[in-house]
Structure formats: C-alpha cells, structure tokens
Design a protein around this ligand. Structure first.
Ligand code: 5RP
Length: 223
C-alpha cells in the first residue's frame, strides 16, 4: 500500500461518532478524508468536518461529509493533517500545499492534533524543506528584500502557470530556503512580529500523535 494512504487510513480510526473533526490538506490528508467519507457512507459514522482549504472542502462535500466553518463550532475535537517535515522533537513545517494559515487556525482550536506522514518526512532538524511564510500582498516585495538581507534565500511562490500564487486567505507565500533551522522557536517569534507576515509554517508544540506510514506498517508515536 502507498505509505501516505496507510497513514491516512490508520488516522481515520481515531475518529469517533459525534466528533467535530479538522480535515487537513494535501496528498496524505486526501487519503484520510477519503477513508472518513467511506466510514460516513458505509458505517453511518456521524461527524462534523471543519476543512482547512477549499480543496479539502470540495473533496469532503463530494464524499457527503457534513461540514461547518471554524466559526460555527465551539472547538474541534481532533484535527488530522499532513506535514512537510517533522523533527526529532516533533516540531513541524507545514504549508507545502499553501494551506498553512487555515491549517494553523484549525489546529489551534483543536483538542488534539494528529499528523500523518510517510517516513521520508521525519528529519533530525527542520529546514531542508523551504519554510513557507504567508504574507499580505501589499509590501510583500519589502519582505522579500528583508529576507534576502537576512540570508534566508526567499522565493515568492508561483503557480505552475508562473502566476503569483494566491492562498485561500487571499495572501502570497514567500518560501525561505534555510537548509537548517537551529532554533525554530526563535525564528517563529521573529517572523510573528514582522509587519505584513500573516502566518508562518513552523508548527511548534502543536501535535500530540504522529502516524508514520512505513514498509513495516503504520507506526503511531504519541508525543
Ligand atoms: C498543506 C500542508 C500539507 O499537509 C503538507 O504540505 C503535506 O502535504 P503532502 O501530504 O501532500 O505531502 O501543510 O499546506
């Protein structure tokens, strides 16, 4: 079985009747949403989903999963999402699929977060994967210049057509090519205070369970 699919199906077992479930974004999360959709249809599982992107919203709607917006629920019981990198101390980089802002909002108001990955996402230190920073379009070139001065090798993300990518929240993404992040907490705090930065892809102290798809089967790590 595809390792991402293995992790997605395993994570869907954590979903129980009556839960409000945050539905992540990306190719791994897609398998999890498919499996929850199957359980809704075949097992009569009764849940409310809160999606983290327009892409996941379309998928969940097509599968018949009942949905509510993040502002229509008191909290989220469980969010299941993918990740781009997870370090040895279970800090993460997310946003490869450009959904980091809504993903972080949904994760923040969740009682529990599960990340689902294949084993290639586990790293010693974060940073090989470019760190996405979501920014307001106005003044974004100033931020690119600032990041260049800092030696962060920034690249404004574009679509496959070469157009500047616009997120579901109407913002741009600047990817920082850092190679290695020595102090994710300090970097996150620095990015948080920059004017024009809406959110960044460092997800720190957020996850409680990681499910890793591997050749020997799914490995569940409780953080
Ligand atoms: C989207 C994300 C995704 O969860 C992350 O990019 C992992 O994606 P995939 O499962 O396709 O490798 O953060 O913003």
């Amino acid at each position: 079985m595809n390792l991402k699919q293995m992790a997605g199906i395993e994570a869907a077992k954590y979903v129980e009747d009556g839960m409000i479930v945050g539905l992540g974004t990306g190719s791994t999360a897609k398998f999890m949403v498919d499996e929850i959709g199957r359980r809704v249809k075949e097992e009569g599982l009764s849940i409310v989903g809160v999606t983290t992107s327009k892409e996941t919203e379309r998928q969940a709607q097509a599968l018949g999963i009942p949905l509510k917006g993040i502002d229509e629920v008191p909290y989220v019981d469980l969010t299941i999402d993918g990740a781009d990198e997870i370090s040895e101390d279970f800090q993460g980089i997310k946003g490869g699929g450009a959904a980091l802002l809504f993903e972080k909002i949904v994760a923040t108001y969740s009682k529990k977060c599960i990340w689902i990955v294949d084993e290639s996402k586990l790293v010693k230190k974060l940073g090989k994967f470019p760190l996405p920073v979501e920014v307001v379009p106005y003044g974004s070139q100033q931020l690119v210049r600032l990041f260049e001065e800092k030696g962060y090798s920034p690249i404004l993300r574009t679509t496959t057509d070469g157009e500047t990518l616009i997120t579901d929240g109407g913002h741009y993404i600047i990817d920082l090519h850092l190679e290695e992040i020595d102090d994710p907490i300090a970097l996150g705090a620095y990015l948080d205070q920059l004017v024009g930065v809406v959110e960044h892809g460092l997800f720190l102290q957020i996850v409680s369970t990681v499910i890793v798809g591997g050749e020997a089967g799914p490995n569940t790590i409780h953080v």
